[in-house]
Design a binder for this molecule. Structure first.
Ligand SMILES: [Zn+2]
Length: 95
């Protein structure tokens, strides 16, 4: 669960968009509020925001490439280990 900064409701992380720049990899505003904020904007503002987002993500990715790939690798190893444990359990059960 994660609290939305805009509406203040506790929501599932699936209700938030992903954000590489955020500590927990999710944006602080939920999808519903994002859509509302976006709907209130005029075209100029939307264009600016889109440009900003693209630039920001690109810059962030470039600056943190190493860190991000380490995180991805760690997650992969974690998953692999979890999978190995499951198969080990299954094998020992069969015996
Ligand atoms: Zn919200």
């Amino acid at each position: 669960m994660k609290k939305c900064k805009e509406c203040g409701k506790d929501k599932n992380v699936e209700d938030f968009y992903k954000a590489y720049s955020s500590k927990d990899f999710y944006q602080s505003v939920c999808k519903e509020c994002k859509a509302m904020i976006y709907a209130k904007m005029n075209n100029d503002e939307r264009e600016k925001l889109d440009k900003y987002k693209v630039e920001y993500n690109k810059n962030y990715y470039e600056a943190n490439k190493e860190k991000l790939s380490k995180i991805r690798k760690a997650k992969y190893i974690q998953r692999k280990k979890a999978f190995e444990n499951i198969s080990k359990e299954n094998i020992s059960k069969e015996k």
